[in-house]
Design a protein around this ligand. Structure first.
Ligand code: GDP
Ligand code: MG
Length: 682
């Protein structure tokens, strides 16, 4: 087991996370090239990287799911998870994190991307994942590189620790000094950096920067603090021990830098992971794995187009091979049909997986992402619970061909299995299948997968809003159904006292029949008829908040029937309601928007453009520099709200919402809604 001074051993699992476009997929490729897992380093622009190999990722030129690849570096296996940076696909990352030893946060020195960086760091901080920053694109750096800490520190709760400083040739960064090793390196494109003498100006800068690094370390090491105060040079081993311990305990967040496209700083990064990052032994402790049964954590699920389900899992303790029966929290997860090693889209069969290894298990039909699996009894308690973020955007989907209806349901179930941050709601009233998710791109990718993997062509449209209608004044209305055609006639006659009710009352039926003018046994039929008529009021929507009292009527001994009284009830409603000042009701939601404070004023403007009523502002608890805006807003305006919230907040703003009440709507907007309903019904 790793102690201070000894590096962790065995297979690692490392996540590459960070804002969209920061270079994670490129860095994965660079690591694979540098460690010899691929012959030639591909590029994102050429579309030949190991990561992002799925059709959807290539098509959109962005990561839409985690790519997994295993490589070897100086005798240890490293499984690298390239996590999508887009906020819409963040659940993939969140669900995988519990299984990793550490995360490399790939970032850029760009103030605009700091809020995104902060979101990602929050996730790592909350899950207590040891992390280091890799400041990428150093080839494009200018003098602002000196501002690293000033720009990036606000994003991190733990203290950033500059582990390297750049060296320059003119304005261009041509290498770095490692402050722990006290060694200078000069970059070579696509080959390891070369050690050069540390002297002159670089040496002076090194001394100052090293001192700040040591000061940061000393915040968590009293002995080191004393040495610094007394001007004693701490031994190099002590510095490495502290770096390692403070990273593993998430006390500090070291910052390394480099260029993924040129493979600069990549070997240094791998070495830092090798020597300083925790291994599976510490991860097992962090997660609280107990007992002697083999335990694995499922970090991703894929349903391949040729049928098989693959569960990408990290074995945390024990050894799991073909034929092992694994138990999940809800019973048997299945029998491992085969164990695969993963490099991008390709799986290669391999032998049993040992503790620390990340592999794919074939055909665990009942295993889900985020589950803890155990071989044997007792079943291990769940190691982590990562609930998806609440959805913010919805679309209604229909199979273009009717014959695909059943298949659509099954395919959606599989997509949800892979990405639980999507949910499906069946709107029975509108006969719609509504997909809820984290953004437009995620839902677009979902529908593309329906076509590509399951062969189901779909069309999508805006989901139907749950409008209702009610009446503003009452009426006493007769409804008389009479038909005399040849032999047996039909006769039902009712008088209804119709009245509006307060908001939220729904529908109330009562009767006050005296002297049996409407026989008892027909009264339920009257109510049925009324209810049926209320499904479509004069404006075309279900009628609510209305009372109907049966107060009078007449019958015929031969011609009256249940059917006739139902029709009479319907008729009274149909004829009465148009005279009762019908009015449209629209659902109003309580919405809570979270955003960086700079964007709060923009939210204000955005809300008034969407008929939102601001209820108040607050600072967001535990989130420095963020606000919470509480608004009431019509359902119809929430539909694509997230698109605007994100564009006003560099992608990081979000919201949650819940139904609040129904409100009357009149005027032009109401007229348009009613007209649209009419033309849809016609
Ligand atoms: N100049 C420069 N560009 C880079 C570097 N790393 C990545 N890029 C480019 O940045 C863009 C986004 O890279 P990608 O790896 O897809 O980012 P991801 O979204 O974090 O996976 C691509 O056009 C890359 O070629 C780098 O070190 N230097
Ligand atoms: Mg990517």
């Amino acid at each position: 087991m790793a102690q201070n001074g000894t590096r962790a051993t065995g297979p690692r699992c490392i996540a590459l996370v960070g804002p969209f476009q920061s270079g994670k997929t490129t860095l994965l490729e660079a690591i694979l090239a540098r460690t010899g897992a691929v012959q030639r380093q591909g590029t994102v622009d050429a579309g030949n990287t190991v990561g992002d190999a799925s059709k959807e990722a290539r098509h959109h030129q962005m990561s839409v799911e985690i790519s997994v690849a295993t490589t070897e570096f100086m005798g240890d296996a490293y499984t690298i998870l390239d996590c999508p940076g887009s906020i819409e696909f963040v659940h993939d990352m969140r669900a995988a994190l519990p299984a990793v030893d550490a995360a490399v946060v790939v970032c850029e020195l760009d103030e605009k991307k700091v809020p995104q960086l902060q979101l990602i760091l929050r996730e790592l901080e909350e899950q207590k994942i040891p992390r280091l920053l890799f400041l990428n694109k150093i080839d494009k750096a200018d003098s602002t590189i000196h501002d690293v800490l000033r720009v990036l520190q606000p994003a991190s709760r733990s203290k950033l620790l500059l582990r390297q400083i750049p060296t320059f040739s003119g304005d261009i960064v041509n290498g770095f000094v490692d402050l722990a090793l006290e060694r200078a390196f000069v970059y070579k494109e696509h080959s390891p950096s070369e050690v050069i003498p540390l002297e002159g100006d670089a040496l002076d800068r090194e001394k100052t920067a090293r001192f700040s690094m040591l000061e940061t370390l000393a915040d968590h090491d009293d002995e080191l603090m004393e040495q610094l105060l007394e001007d004693i040079q701490p031994p190099r081993d002590k510095v490495f021990d502290d770096l390692s311990r403070e990273l593993r305990e998430s006390l500090v967040c070291p910052v390394l830098f480099g260029s993924a496209t040129r493979t600069n700083g990549v070997r240094r990064l791998m070495k830092a992971l090798r020597h300083e990052a925790p291994g599976v032994a510490e991860t097992v402790k962090r997660l609280g794995v107990k007992g002697s049964n083999p335990v694995a954590y499922v970090l991703k699920t894929v349903n391949t187009s040729h049928g098989g389900k693959m569960s990408v899992a990290r074995v945390l303790t024990g050894k799991i091979g073909d034929g092992a029966t694994l138990q999940g929290p809800e019973g048997e997860a299945g029998r491992v049909a085969a164990v695969f090693k993963l490099v991008g889209q390709h799986g290669e069969k391999r032998g049993p997986a040992e503790a620390g290894e990340t592999v794919a298990f074939g055909k665990l039909d009942h295993a889900k992402t985020g589950e803890t699996l155990t071989e044997g009894q007792p079943v291990h308690a769940p190691l982590a619970k990562v609930a998806p973020h609440a959805p913010v955007l919805s679309i209604a989907v229909v199979a273009k061909e009717r014959k695909d209806d059943v298949k659509l349901g099954q395919a959606l179930a599989k997509l949800l299995d892979e990405d639980p941050s999507i949910s499906v709601v069946h709107n029975a009233e509108a006969h719609e299948v509504v997909l809820w998710g984290q953004g437009e791109m995620q839902l677009r990718v979902a529908t593309e997968r329906l076509a590509d993997r399951f062969g189901i062509a779909t069309a999508s449209h805006k989901p139907t809003v749950g409008y209702r209608e009610t009446i503003k004044k009452g009426i006493v209305q007769r409804g008389r159904h009479k038909k005399q055609s040849g032999g047996h006639g039909q006769y039902g006659d009712v008088v209804l006292d119709i009245k509006p009710l307060p908001r939220g009352s729904g529908f109330v039926f009562a009767e006050e029949i005296k002297g049996g003018v409407v026989p008892r046994n027909y009264i339920p039929s009257v109510e049925e008829g009324v209810q049926d008529a209320l499904k479509h009021g004069p404006l075309g929507f279900p009628v609510v908040d209305i009372a109907a009292k049966l107060i009078d009527g007449s019958y015929h001994t031969v011609d009256s029937s249940d059917m006739a009284f139902q029709l009479a009830g319907r008729l009274a409603i149909h004829e009465g309601l148009p005279q009762c000042q019908p009015v449209l009701l629209e659902p109003i939601y309580q919405v809570e928007i979270v955003c960086p404070s700079e964007a709060t004023a923009k939210m204000n403007a955005l809300m008034s453009g969407r008929r939102g009523q601001i209820l108040g502002f607050d600072t967001r608890e535990g989130w420095d520099g963020w606000d919470i805006v509480r608004v009431q807003m019509p359902e119809s305006e929430i539909g694509d709200l997230i698109v605007e919230v994100r564009s006003a907040t560099a992608g990081v703003g979000s919201f949650t919402f819940k139904f609040d009440h129904m409100a009357e709507l009149s005027g032009r907007t109401a007229d348009q809604i009613v007209a649209a309903r009419r033309s849809a019904a016609a």
